[in-house]
Design a protein around this ligand. Structure first.
Ligand SMILES: Cc1cc2nc3c(=O)[nH]c(=O)nc-3n(C[C@H](O)[C@H](O)[C@H](O)COP(=O)(O)OP(=O)(O)OC[C@H]3O[C@@H](n4cnc5c(N)ncnc54)[C@H](O)[C@@H]3O)c2cc1C
Length: 593
């Protein structure tokens, strides 16, 4: 497998040249004294080293060994505890944390790029700190001052890790059906009883304590999602002075044997009257959990991006070295028995498709992160706009990056021919590892329903209009540039198509209850294509005047051209599928399946 080299040049280009992050940081008071270009570049460089030197080397061995379960105790693969210790010593768990409790308060725009590197190097490893960061966010946003004071500093340190306990055997997507009970005790705590499955990092040997955020119902709770509350349940109880006390009644019953991410422990957890504390308000647990889930959802999208980048680097190196057949234009390496396969148009198609999808995803994750930062640190009208855009774009990022993540890893595997199917080159692990990203944190089907239902139909397309206005403002700013015509004109046409499709969908949803669900996945993909077109056009706008300066910029412009010519046309077919309505799905009798 090619050595992983973090794409720092691409990251700097997006952060500093395309999105001018420093200007945003300078005008947001919470970031002004914290984040600047020099600090950001130093952080990216440090993570690039950690990813390549510490996390990547235990990726394959972690996959081969997997996690172990013995009498309720989970052990991670060899090297994981040491790598986790190094990660924590570097302060990485505190990167985005609240400075009041020991966090560094860095922007998500930077955090998203750091996460990409961790995921490229080792998705299984990434899950442990990423879940902890998400749990911290939920505690910080909804927990009492006492809970924050007691748990956040240790969690930012990584000494204590976080886990998210939602799923039960009969309740995955439909969390309203959960049965885990929370009974109030006189001292203000709750006794939590029930079983959860598929809990990532539910137990492990990396941290001294594990802080479970558990969804449960009070005895008198209303039925369905409106009766769910959120509880903080530590594996080991914490004494008044912050030291560790008795073991809580929460245990790991088993771990799953699964297709990929084998070094990530996926646990069945039993709560037998375990002591927990309410986070946020009674019966508002799902809303509180969404703080964490929205963060995690962009994070899962970034897992798809990280795996794609790894696949691309691997396939690119192989395509330059593997020699098979001659170029249709005659020998390109006459001194060799055959030409490197990178000369063949179809191999170039596979490489460029990956490069274009990765560039689109990296830019869109930086763009979504920018709105996350404004939603968190901004104020007034701008903050409200940012919240709406984050709500709209989060399901797109989660589902589109991961659907395309599988496509990219399969394309990378295909570049290797038969060698991609065997273990040696690492490609088959990438395909297996990335597959879960389409399923957990809400399946991609559910993300698409969320985009169409709650984020579009429910507000009459108001969030969509905010996004469209942002794209339109870019088009208006660039419309007079002759060199940009090849990007601006098709972008304007595709934005118009997306708007028309959105309006038709809003109208169809009024009469047909199946219209949103029938259109949702294709609509999300259509949206994703237009969003990537916007991102590539923004990249081209910056790169075009600099092509003579540095070949990096020519690479950006040429990849943008490839995206517009070869991938964006799929938007037409997707729009046609969306417009096809629900009849062909719903008219067929169940017995005819
Ligand atoms: C490796 C792994 C790690 C995980 N980590 C965690 C974790 O840390 N914490 C946690 O709580 N959970 C975790 N999960 C659980 C994961 O989030 C769920 O598996 C996922 O949300 C889907 O739930 P389910 O498996 O019950 O599928 P179901 O809900 O049964 O869904 C089955 C199918 O039906 C579809 N479907 C369901 N409802 C609808 C609908 N209304 N409209 C259209 N389609 C629908 C789904 O999209 C899916 O295709 C993990 C799972 C795995 C495999």
């Amino acid at each position: 497998m090619a050595e992983y080299k973090a794409p720092l040049r691409e990251m700097h280009f997006l952060l500093h040249e395309v999105f001018a992050a420093e200007k945003l940081w300078a005008r947001l008071p919470a970031l002004a004294g914290t984040a600047d270009r020099e600090t950001a570049d130093a952080i990216l460089e440090e993570m690039a080293k950690l990813a390549a030197n510490t996390l990547e080397p235990i990726n394959r061995s972690g996959d081969e060994e997997g996690c172990h379960w013995n009498d309720g105790v989970v052990t991670t693969p060899k090297g994981f505890p040491e790598a986790y210790a190094t990660f924590c010593e570097g302060g990485w768990g505190a990167l985005l944390g609240n400075p009041e409790y020991g966090g560094m308060g860095m922007p998500k725009m930077l955090g998203a790029q750091v996460e990409e590197m961790i995921n490229s190097a080792n998705i299984s490893f990434a899950l442990y700190p990423v879940l902890t960061a998400g749990a911290c966010l939920a505690i910080d946003a909804h927990g009492s001052g006492e809970l924050k004071q007691r748990y956040l500093p240790k969690m930012y340190e990584g000494t204590w890790a976080g886990a998210m306990d939602l799923t039960e055997p009969h309740a995955g997507t439909d969390l309203g059906m959960i049965r885990t009970k929370a009974e109030p005790r006189e001292d203000g705590s709750y006794a939590i009883t029930g079983s959860k499955i598929f809990i990532t990092g539910g137990d492990q040997d990396l941290s001294e304590n594990i802080i479970h955020l558990v969804l449960a119902k009070l005895p008198d709770a209303p039925a369905g999602p409106k009766g769910i509350s959120l509880f903080l349940v530590p594996k080991v109880l914490v004494n008044e002075d912050g030291s560790l006390g008795e073991r809580n009644a929460v245990h790991c019953g088993s771990i799953e044997h699964k297709m990929g991410i084998k070094a990530s422990a996926t646990c069945a957890m039993n709560f037998d009257g375990a002591t927990g504390w309410l986070v946020g308000e009674v019966n508002k647990g799902l809303a509180a959990m969404f703080t964490m889930m929205n963060y995690e959802r962009l994070g899962v999208g970034i897992q798809g991006l990280g795996a794609s980048e790894r696949s691309y680097q691997n396939a690119r190196e192989y395509a330059r070295e593997r020699i098979q057949s001659r170029s249709p234009a005659g020998p390109q390496a006459p001194d060799k028995a055959a030409d490197p396969i990178v000369v063949h148009p179809d191999v170039r198609r596979m490489l460029l498709t990956q490069k274009a999808l990765i560039g689109g995803a990296r830019a869109l994750s930086t763009y979504v992160a920018q709105w996350l930062d404004i939603a968190k640190f901004g104020e007034g009208e701008e903050k409200r706009k940012a919240e709406a855009l984050v709500a709209l774009l989060t399901p797109v990022a989660k589902a589109f990056f991961t659907d395309k993540g599988l496509e990219c890893t399969v394309l990378g595997q295909q570049v290797f021919g038969g060698h991609g199917y065997i273990r040696e080159w690492g490609q088959e692990q990438l395909v297996r590892d990335v597959r879960i990203t389409q399923i957990y944190e809400g399946t991609n089907g559910i993300q698409a329903l969320d985009l169409v239902g709650r984020k579009t139909v429910a507000n009459g397309g108001a969030f969509f209009e905010l996004f469209a206005a942002d794209v339109q403002a870019f088009i208006d700013a660039e419309i007079d540039r002759e060199d940009m015509a090849e990007f601006v004109q098709p972008l304007a046409a595709e934005l118009q198509r997306l708007r028309g499709t959105t309006e038709n969908l809003l109208a169809a949803a009024k009469d047909d209850p199946h219209a949103p669900g029938a259109a949702s996945v294709e609509y999300l993909h259509l949206f994703g294509h237009v969003a990537y077109a916007y991102m590539w056009a923004r990249a081209a706008a910056v790169a075009l005047p600099k092509t003579a300066e540095d070949s990096f910029y020519s690479g950006q412009v040429q990849t943008a051209r490839f995206f517009f010519a070869r991938l964006l046309p799929q938007a037409r077919a997707l729009a046609a599928s969306v417009e096809a309505g629900s009849a062909t799905l719903m008219d067929i009798g169940e017995e005819l399946f």
